[in-house]
Design a protein around this ligand. Structure first.
Ligand code: NAI
Ligand code: MG
Length: 356
């Protein structure tokens, strides 16, 4: 099987971690022998914006359509306002390719540092499904009377029945597949958001009737944030809106050892367009260019890319390889109190992969 991957390293540490993701994809292909990846690199990002006034080409989506998947590092640089870089590239691709599902596993690996001293890998293992193309990030709003005392900013949320149903349905299907507690937690705030989240809850309950074997619970997002710390072990699959999912998954990332461990997939379930795979972290300008970034989030992301393209393959060997490197405590980046460089961690994980 041959797959064409579009690689957008982006900004900051995006470049450094992407190289390690590609390394792992190639090592996997080498080990398996029956799969092949070809790559095309796109220089889109903040540097591109400073040169051209655009975060990506106008016909960029058309170009990307030809690929089986997109691997993205991170976008953002202090030289460009974040709302321009994020909407110009990342959100443009998510929305333009109707990648409705943002899949974010929160799993503490053996050997990864957890800030909760009384919790271990058996307690922290759940998945957040984040709505990814509309909600609070729909990009709808406006400014009125700028600069005047009457000045007002509007930011409108958009929740369509079709898309909300799709996201909920995916969450229930995933709960069934995971076979943990057969449970979906609906992350809401319908006490305060009396239109959008009331609608969200209604769709959740409607979809739940199609999955009588799956338990449900509905919890407000503020309470979920507290329970992530107090009792993360109760969670299996959570479904959340774009904004809430964004926030609780950074909290989740902290539970699993930090942003250096958080992977994500932006899925177009219909496969009408390519899906995009990216670590949850940003471009980390504070550590860029020094090979200090932890590539594990990106390597885990590469595993999610493999899972999507090669549905029948068991790719747990990648997690096993990461775990082996963690437990050895020899080749770790500074966020894990190690002294190794980004590329050394990538090499070590590929080395373990070849041994498994
Ligand atoms: P960030 O995720 O880039 O960094 C937050 C903190 O975590 C920093 O101290 C950073 O050094 C550390 N960190 C992040 N990833 C790491 C890794 N792999 N290894 C070791 N340490 C890591 O978030 P921040 O600082 O809020 O944003 C920086 C830029 O990234 C901004 O321009 C922002 O808009 C953008 N951003 C982009 C995202 C994306 O491309 N998906 C997501 C979040 C932020
Ligand atoms: Mg985020």
């Amino acid at each position: 099987k041959k797959f064409k991957i579009a690689v957008i390293p982006g900004d900051g540490i995006g470049n450094e971690v992407t190289a390690e993701g590609v390394k792992v994809l190639n090592t996997y292909a080498e080990i398996k022998g029956n799969v092949e990846f070809s790559y095309e690199y796109f220089p889109w990002g903040c540097e591109y914006y400073l040169k051209t006034g655009k975060m990506m080409d106008d016909d960029g989506l058309k170009t990307l359509e030809a690929f089986d998947a997109i691997l993205l590092g991170a976008v953002g640089d202090p030289s460009v306002p974040d709302h321009i870089s994020l909407h110009g590239l990342l959100i443009n691709i998510r929305q333009g390719f109707n990648q409705s599902i943002n899949l974010r596993p929160i799993k503490l690996l053996q050997g990864a540092p957890c800030p909760l001293k009384d919790k271990g890998p058996q307690d922290i293992d759940f998945t957040v499904i984040r709505e990814n193309v509309e909600g609070e990030y729909a990009g709808v709003g406006g400014f009125r009377f700028p600069g005047r005392p009457e000045e007002v900013a509007l930011q409108t949320s958009v929740f369509s029945r079709k898309n909300t149903e799709k996201v909920m349905d995916y969450a229930f299907k995933l709960a069934r597949k995971r076979k943990k507690f057969n449970k979906v937690t609906n992350v809401t705030k319908s006490n305060a958001l009396n239109y959008s989240m009331v609608f969200w809850d209604k769709i959740f309950e409607e979809i739940a009737t199609n999955y009588k074997d799956i338990k449900t619970e509905t919890t407000h997002v503020d309470a979920v944030s507290m329970y992530f710390i107090q009792k993360p072990e109760v969670y299996d699959v959570l479904v959340a809106s774009n904004l809430f999912g964004d926030i609780i998954t950074d909290l989740g990332a902290a539970l699993q050892g930090g942003l250096g461990f958080a992977a994500s997939a932006n899925l177009n379930l219909e496969k009408e367009y390519p899906s995009m795979f990216e670590p949850v972290h940003g471009s980390a300008p504070d550590i860029k260019g020094k090979q200090l970034a932890n590539p594990i989030a990106m390597i885990w992301t590469a595993k999610m890319l493999l899972d999507f393209l090669l549905e029948e393959d068991d790719t747990e060997m990648i997690i096993d390889a990461i775990t082996a490197v963690l437990q050895e405590e020899k080749t770790l980046t500074p966020d894990l109190k190690g002294k190794a460089k980004t590329h050394e961690v990538g090499d070590a994980i590929c080395g373990k992969l070849k041994e498994i």
